[in-house]
Design a protein around this ligand. Structure first.
Ligand SMILES: Nc1ncnc2c1ncn2[C@@H]1O[C@H](COP(=O)(O)OP(=O)(O)OP(=O)(O)O)[C@@H](O)[C@H]1O
Length: 267
């Protein structure tokens, strides 16, 4: 992990008790462009948190920063009790096994079958015998609602929805505690998106996951999110749907009271 600039922690708000992710004073910048400027966020254990914001406000950058793909310019990120800037490579590798990530496109390896894709993290982080790895793979395939014969298919042979499910199965390969989802319903038709929402909610409840979900999908926010984190003014405002509906910030008002919100039964 890249070490971030140290900052004065005396004025830092303490992490919420039970938070599985606690972010304080996060700054991300690219050249002169400041994307996050002193952002604080606590993600509670067992919640589905929906992260929304205008295009280019830094939702994906935030997700990528928490999972270590984007070194922050400044700030502190504590995940599952571990300060990510103060870890050895070995500790970092261990921590990474405790979460799964589903990127927007599914990010499957096109030259590998679904089963082989799911086994990538297993091979990288464990020494499971092949027979056992195959059994776990079959379980994950069933868990995400794919038919057993999907195991031997290549990504090009799958529909958009099946690709997402395969990506989800791979994200769940190591039995994570946290699931990061980047626009999971993007590109799906409304019925496919609703089915995927239900799947995420069911998995979150049955596996006790904490879900950090970047989304544009107001239906998903309404259907499955416990709280909503809105990226505005380079920081985050977090609250329930009822709190968002009462928030006077102009972007939040427009988003949660606009025609798309009304179509989703919000506002
Ligand atoms: N590696 C990078 N180098 C330079 N600029 C970057 C990099 N990654 C992201 N950015 C910039 O940071 C800003 C935030 O990007 P990000 O992808 O997080 O936005 P977003 O909120 O997810 O947007 P969208 O909803 O459109 O996907 C954008 O202006 C983007 O161009």
């Amino acid at each position: 992990m890249t070490r971030t600039k140290t900052r004065d922690r005396a004025n830092e708000a303490p992490a919420e008790p039970g938070a599985v992710i606690s972010i304080r004073g996060l700054v991300n910048r690219f050249g002169n462009q400041v994307v996050h400027d002193g952002l604080d966020l606590d993600v509670r254990a067992g919640e589905v948190l929906g992260v929304v914001g205008g295009s280019g406000t830094g939702k994906s950058v935030l997700l990528r920063t928490v999972v270590g793909l984007n070194p922050p310019y400044a700030g502190r990120i504590v995940v599952l009790g571990e300060d990510t800037a103060a870890m050895s490579e070995r500790e970092w590798e261990h921590l990474q096994q405790r979460w799964g990530v589903l990127f927007q496109s599914g990010a499957l390896f096109s030259s590998l079958t679904v089963a082989e894709n799911i086994q990538v993290p297993m091979k990288e982080h464990t020494h499971l015998p092949k027979k056992f790895a195959d059994e776990v793979t079959a379980l994950k395939i069933a868990l995400v609602g794919l038919p057993p014969d999907a195991a031997g298919k290549y990504p090009s042979e799958l529909s958009g929805g099946m690709k997402k499910r395969a990506g989800l199965a791979r994200a769940l390969a190591l039995d994570p505690e946290i699931l990061f989802l980047d626009e999971p319903t993007a590109g799906l038709d409304p019925i496919g998106a609703a089915a995927f929402d239900t799947l995420i909610r069911d998995l979150q409840q049955s596996l006790g996951l904490t879900v950090f979900m970047v989304t544009h999908d107001l239906d998903s926010l309404h259907a499955i999110c416990d709280r909503i984190a809105v990226l505005v003014d380079k920081k985050i405002k977090v609250g329930t749907m009822a709190e968002m509906l009462a928030d006077p910030h102009p972007w939040i008002r427009e988003y949660f009271h606009g025609p798309r919100a009304r179509a989703a039964g919000i506002g």
